[in-house]
Design a protein around this ligand. Sequence first.
Ligand code: MTE
Ligand code: QUE
Ligand code: MOS
Length: 808
Amino acid sequence: MKPHDSAHLHVTGQSEFVDDRPASQNEVFVTVVFSRIAKGRIKKLDVSPVKTDPDFIAFYTAADLHSNRWGTIFQDQPVLAEGTVEFAGEPIALLVTRDRRSGERLRKKIILQIEPLPAIRSVREAIAARSFIGSAREIKRNFDENVFAQAPECIAGHLVIEGADHFYLESQAALAYPIEDGQIEIHSSSQHPTEVQHVVAHALGLPDSAVTTVVKRMGGGFGGKESQAAPIATFAALAAHKLNRPARLILTKDDDMIMTGKRNPFEIDYRVAFDREGRILGLDAKLHSDGGAYADLSTSIMERAMLHSDNAYFIPHMRVQGQVCRTNYHPHTAFRGFGGPKGVAMIERIIEEIAHRLGIDALDIRRKNLYSDQGGRNVTHYGQVVENNQLSICLERAAEASNYERRRQEIQASNQRAIENGENTLRGLSMTLVKFGISFTTRFLNQGNAFVICHRDGTFQVSTGATEMGQGVNARIAQLLAEEFSLPRDQFRMMPTRTDKNANTSPTAASSGTDLNGAAALLAARKLKYRLSEFASKLLELPESRYPSNTAGLGTEAEILISAAPNYTDPNEKPESFGVVFEKGMVYLKRDPQKQIHFASLVNQAYLSRISLSDYAHYRIPGIEFNKLTGQGRAFLYFTQGAAVSEVRIDRLTGEAKVERVDVWMDLGRPIHEGLDLGQVSGAFVQGMGWVTTEKLFYSKDGLLLSHSPSTYKIPNIQDTPRTFNLNLVPNDENYANVRGTKAVGEPPLLLALSVWTAIQDALKQLPRYRDHYPRISIPATQERILRTVDPDAFKQIEGSAFNEFVV
Ligand code: MTE
Ligand code: QUE
Ligand code: MOS
């Protein structure tokens, strides 16, 4: 298997990120002046102390913008704050200097006075103040209060889920070049080049056609560069436009973490009815999320949370309600899983609680509630049929391969001994599942387009709307095309994403980068292949003396005429072959394999015969129709599914949790590149582990993020990764929904890390104090929280102290 197409560049430090672009003459640096309090009135903004500094170049505020409104779904956010600020980290002004050092230095001298106003600092406060974003949503199926009244068992609960930082290694970055006639070319670290283009154009009062966004690659995005790259790019573009000089803006890690939004925190109230065997009868859930100060993508994120509140389980009577709250934090945004992980956390917690209440192993509760093709238990609460259901296969494979039953016994015994002998180590074991819907739930985003250019030597340049952030979308698309022509992958060069080549693109998000852009690239390639096939079928009939290249342009060659390629729309439909075979770089007629021509020669002959070697195609996902008003419909093209079994070890004295072993089984259809997919599985799982364990955001009383660097914000490191980490794919050739039978992988495995969270609670529930009630623990289950759950009384002595404020 070939490595990632940038691997050799990454490891030798040659891969180019925005800030690696060499400085140009006259270039300026942009530093953002932002609020350090959550809410207030701007009283004074005085730049006179820096104006005479030789490094000072310019200073811009909202007044310098043609338009000061942006927002992906609702245009509710100022590019630069005007009059008041709504969150700590909110950009107020731009300081333009000769270089980044002087920017840092001079920013400290600017006088900024903000009169504090009362801020909303939690979901609870927002609910009390009725401070909301968008309207309340509801999705339900056969909801009936009687189900709860008559159920043998009922549990009600509350779940707190906190946010997390994306912690991409490359901070938000942009470099804007003024081009003649008022145009701007902006190199941005963005998952959504088209939105960058539109926001820049709008803010500067330019037509979209005057702005070109270029994205070579990102050093990670994880959703954090989907919407929030746009204002950053706009800051650089404003300076470039005003000064007619290139302008660079590279956030420091600290500024980036303070300014940009995180994963939405959620507070969930649930009520579940079930029978004595543990079968769920009804679920009533109310989800509130913290959207931060502006809408960003929060309403779509909420929708995805609501659509994933069933996860792998059939729930006959169900109602899920959702409301985004407006608070005074950075606007929270897309983060791997996009709402899905929050819905899934709730239902997996519920399963664990049912198991604990009934004294039945949680795995059996999962088995009993799994979506199944039998008994009409295969329709989701939003009315979509779960086709090609692999959940049971994933569950059973994971159970078997992990020796779940045997280890359950062993762990039970070891915990018993530990508790009897007063030893510190408690162990926990848990399986969770994932059924992640693939498609944007906003229909118009489910489209992609691609350009495929073949040069005369038979090498290709491929341009699509997909952006590379490390996930390997480029390698996958190149591989798809390489398979199509039976050529080495290296022959396909993936070009930087540019809005002047691929316009009206969707963000590379919702794990659908390869699905959408790979399909479009394949459709484009098939047009070319159609023409080359017809051409080859005629060329190979001729004596070589009549080939165009052998007639020295004397006009004596056979003029080969071909038909127009059809407009393919289904990437799984094979094009007409004209009896021509493409194999290992050679092309021949099926009935005459002796006479072969090199692909490169064929291409050159085609050019000389005046046949186009470039193609464009557009792809749209057919058949999806989720109605946002009724909350019903086929929201997703298909589901990526999987199961994971995690074992943790908890130290009762310190609260420390270690992940001992993880077994993952996923259905990824027929992977295009198994190595890259497994890389995504391990990366997403570990990223999810960080969210559910150690990654805790601490804010000051003023709403300013305090944990804004790796010294205060604990992401997983190599020693935190599971000691035994078995990643497996379930073979599945039955998925015809998507291009080449593949399934999207980017986000789904993150949700499997919830098994680490449930395993921690599984360990804690062995404690005698939790015999009758489940040891509910929030996300993240930090060391402090684990310790508090082990021994709530131990914290009495510090209650009310300054230290305590930061622990919870
Ligand atoms: N993998 C790496 N290495 N870096 C990233 O930033 N982002 C994730 C996932 N995997 C990310 C990643 C997220 S949030 C998404 S939506 C998908 O990649 C996007 O890419 P894809 O659609 O091509 O899978
Ligand atoms: C998953 C996603 C996104 C989504 C829906 C999903 C996403 C995204 C949007 C979105 C919604 C409305 C808009 C828009 C974008 O929806 O990433 O421009 O007007 O950006 O299910 O990942
Ligand atoms: Mo991914 S959160 O959809 O960028």
